[in-house]
Each structure stands twice: as structure tokens, then as C-alpha cells.
Design a protein around this ligand. Sequence first.
Ligand SMILES: [Zn+2]
Length: 118
Amino acid sequence: MATGVIWLGAALQTVLAQGRDPGANAAAAMGCLGCGGTLFMLVVILALDIALLVWVARDAKSRGMDNAVLWMVLVMCTSVVGLIIYLLSRPQGTLVVCPHCSNKRLQASAKCPHCGNA
Ligand SMILES: [Zn+2]
């Protein structure tokens, strides 16, 4: 009986000791994950931002807007607000693939803004 109590005590101690350590490890892991997660989020946001700017510049060029770079800078500085302004003020219409240079161009445009072909 006495052996059983000692064994139980030892087992309990082991569990308690183990319970403490994984807890500390988990906390450390969570902290590291939180840090890495924030960094990851920053990288994702930055990548999306760059992708958005590239898209705006390409879209503006495809729609025959001369100030594509200006729009890109505006969206870069004002983010979502600039994007909404751009979406509202850009020439509306369907973009089609130019048969001459395979870039996107407005269906209604007289000539391709990329290669100048009609
Ligand atoms: Zn073209």
C-alpha cells in the first residue's frame, strides 16, 4: 500500500513537472508565433500593396490613361481611398486582349495604348 502511495506521489510529481514545462514552452512558442505571424502579416500586406500598385499602373495603361504612374502614386499614398477614386474615375469599359501585342486594351478604344494598332 505504502509503495502505491509513493508511486502515485512520484507519478503526480512527474505530471506536475511535465505540466509546467510544456506550458512554458507553449507560451514561448506562442510568443514566437505571434512575432512571426506579425512579420508574416506585414510581408503579406506589403506584397498585396505592391501587387495592387502594379495592377493599378497596368490597368490605367491598358485604359489609355497617360498618368498611370500618377495614379499609382496616388493609390500608394492614400491606399483604399485612392483606389476608390481611381476605380470611379478611370475610363469604364471592357478590357480585351490586343491581337497585335497581347496586352489588355479597352474594347471601345480607337487604338491600342500599348502598340498603337487599331
Ligand atoms: Zn496592342
